[in-house]
Structure formats: C-alpha cells, structure tokens
Design a protein around this ligand. Structure first.
Ligand SMILES: [Zn+2]
Length: 423
C-alpha cells in the first residue's frame, strides 16, 4: 500500500529540511522525499498550500484511563489528539489505579492497541501510589513499556527519595519528569500570587514555589548525572535555572504549555475556573520569559498538560474547582501564533512539537527520515476557525479558549502511514 502526499511544504526541523516536494509512504514507512514522485497504484493526498511535518508528539497528557473515564478515556483522548495533529501522546500515571505497576502499564498498552487513534506511551509513577514514600519498581515499569517516570500532579517532596529515584533511573537511562512545586510555599493558594489575586480576594501561589522545587531537582540531576525533564514551566526564575544548568552540561530538558505563553493571570478575572491550573497562569513578565526560553531553545518542548474535567468539577466556586484544562486541539494553532508574532520561526515551532519532545523522552519519531514509520501531520497554516469546546473530540470541554478565533489546524494525521484523522 503506497501513499503520496503531493505538493506540500515539507518541514523536518531535526534535519533542517524545509522544501516544496512530495512525500512517498510505502508499507507504512517513509520511502522518499523529492519533487514529482510518480508511483503506480499509489493513493494521493493533495497537500497544496499545506505543511507536511513529522507527526506531532505531546509528552504530557492525562488520558484519565483507568479510573476516570467520565472525564476521558484512551479512545476519546487519542481521538482529540489525532484531530489536533498528534500521532503520539505520553500519558501521565495519576489514574485509578495509579500506573505504578506493570499490570496497569500493560492495561494501558493493550487498550491502546485496540482503540487508540495515536501511539500511546505510558509514563509510570516514581513512587508507589504517587505517595512520595517508597519508590515504584522503575525497572519493571520500563520493561513493561513506560517511557519515563513521574509523580505528576504531586512533587516528590522528599529530596532523598528523589535522589534515589534519579540514581536508580540513571542505571537504565529512564528519564524522570519533575512536577515541581514546593507545597509548603504553595500553601492553600489557588492562583498566581500578585495584584490580581489581591484584587479578586484569592489566595496566591508565589513563583518561588515552582522555582525552588526546580532548583532542587536540577541540582539533584547534576549531582546524580541522571536525565531529568521539567514539566509545565511557568516562571521566569525556572527558565533562568534551566538555562544555566544546560550551559553546565546538566542533562535537563524542559517543557512549557500553550497556556503559559498565551495567557496571564488576568484570565482568572471573573473567577474563570477554566483559567485555573497548576502551576497557575503567571504574570506578563513570566510570559515573556517563557517565550524567550522557547526562542533560545531552553524550553525545547511544547506539551499540553491536557487535563480533562467534568463540567461539575469546574462549574463551582473558584476555590473548589479542579486544576487543569484540555489542550490537544488548540496546541498547534496557539503555537503557530508564536510564529505569526515573530517569537519563533516556523521550523522552531514545529521542532517544539516533534523532535524536541521525542528527544526529551527518547521516543522514536519526531522526524521524516526515510525508513522511519510514517507518522505524518498535514497542516493548513492559513485556515481560520473559531474554537468551539462542544465541537471538540475530548469527552470534556474545560478550556479557556472557547470562542477564540484561531488560525491553522491539522487537516490530516497519519500513523504508520494510515490516515487516523482527516478533516
Ligand atoms: Zn504536573
């Protein structure tokens, strides 16, 4: 079975490729990239006016399965992912049961094999039950198919346990993902600490709650020589620490999410619970620093932290609302806004959605190299559309971007050369 994607602008940032040509897919793999490919019996996809990129990869997604299927499950979450242009997602372990055992990892992979629209890479827990007390069997989790370990949703508060986790993970080159917050500094805060919080009468979370925790974990990564990935960076101080550590050669990568380079704490005004997330939306100064961190490569990954919640969990008083927003179908257009605004080149933007995340977690994919599995995303960069949460594929609708006028979206998503989504 052959497919030719014709007349697109083919972008493969990992190899510095940006050219108008055709892409040939043969038996599920990328077979050729050149102008005017002619092959008999090939199905043609016209990509005129479109970008043809490596399949987008989101390494921070909550699929909520097992245990919270009323919010999302592996089928609905990956359907939203494919519609957003993603060919692979990494799913976080804060499910019920927690993914701290090979049995749960196997459940995720077996269900994904049956129902998923994208590749699914499970992330295992660092500690049993995400309790921060004793280490999960990281070797078993890796052998069962976990690509990384994280207690996402919770920090590993005990420094000695984090040190042992890093030393243990280093022995089999498993990246650890740090959800960085110092809970004693977070206290009972519900939004960024500052003027807006004071005005709204809401308790604040100071930026140093994130920065202090990242400082510890980055130093532990330097001390142990292990690989560390920092989740959802939201502050200027965090970008500064990560940049300096990378200059020293510490094996640390970091991601931010579209909401942190698009929105500030102002979005909380009106007690908008769809602007409540953890870490919280920060100041305009932090937003500028996040953009600068993306521009200079300190932050090499854009990940959504897709966190579906039921309407009843958001339609409550701000203090009681659960943290998080969905993001799979808005990540690409919000990232393309950075190109429009001159923050990133198109190639840099696509890098942060493809090769950047692939490298951070050692995943296959993220490039269009000949011979690789044909995970490909076709993007119309010019199409204008209005974001309607009810029209999304996710089971949940908690997004602050409802009604936004966006530009650019995936029109076709192929995994292993098979069309998994087409608009
Ligand atoms: Zn987190």
């Amino acid at each position: 079975m052959n497919t030719i994607i014709k007349n697109g602008r083919v972008l493969d940032p990992a190899h510095g490729i940006d050219m108008s040509c055709d892409l040939l897919i043969k038996d599920g793999s990328i077979a050729d990239m050149s102008p005017n490919i002619e092959v008999e019996d090939a199905e043609c996809i016209d990509a005129s006016g479109c970008l043809v990129t490596p399949g987008l990869i989101d390494i921070h997604v909550h699929l909520r399965d097992p245990g919270f299927e009323y919010k999302e499950d592996i089928e609905s979450g990956t359907r939203a992912a494919a519609a957003g242009g993603f060919t692979a997602v990494a799913c976080m372990p804060n499910t019920a049961p927690v993914n701290d055992s090979k049995a749960t990892t196997r459940y995720i992979l077996e269900k994904a094999a049956q129902v998923a629209h994208t590749r699914v890479y499970p992330v295992g827990a660092i500690t049993k039950g995400l309790k921060g007390e004793s280490l999960a069997e990281l070797g078993d989790l890796k052998n069962a198919g976990c690509v990384a370990a994280s207690d996402d949703g919770h920090p590993v508060t005990n420094g000695e346990i984090m040190r042992r986790a890093l030393e243990y993970a280093r022995s089999f080159d498993l990246p650890l993902i740090s959800h960085s917050e110092d809970l004693t500094l977070v206290g009972d805060g519900v939004m960024n600490d500052g003027f807006v919080a004071t005005e709204l009468g809401l308790r604040g979370i100071p930026w140093v709650a994130e920065v202090a925790a990242i400082a510890r974990d980055v130093m532990l990564a330097e001390y142990t020589g292990a690989r560390l990935h920092i989740a959802h960076v939201s502050t200027r101080g965090a970008v500064d620490i990560i940049r300096a550590a990378q200059k020293r050669g510490v094996r640390v990568t970091a991601e931010t999410a579209p909401h942190y380079f698009t929105l500030t704490e102002d979005a909380v005004r009106g007690y908008n619970t769809n602007a409540k997330m953890n870490p919280p939306l920060r100041s305009g100064d932090d937003l500028e620093a996040i953009r600068a961190g993306l521009a200079d490569g300190t932050l090499s990954v854009i990940a959504t932290d897709h966190a579906p919640h039921h309407l009843d969990e958001k339609n409550v008083e701000f203090n009681l609302a659960l943290n998080g927003i969905i993001g799979l179908e808005t990540s690409l257009p919000l990232t393309l806004r950075l190109v429009e605004e001159g923050v990133l080149s198109l190639s840099e933007a696509i890098f942060c959605l493809t090769a950047g995340p692939a490298r951070a977690l050692n995943l296959p994919g993220g490039t269009l190299e000949v011979g690789r599995p044909a995970d490909v995303t076709i993007i119309d960069p010019e199409v204008k559309w209005t974001m309607d949460p009810a029209a999304g594929r996710s089971r949940s609708q908690n997004t602050p971007f409802g009604g936004w006028k966006l530009k650019g979206r995936a029109i076709c998503t192929l995994v292993d050369g098979r069309v998994r989504f087409k608009r």
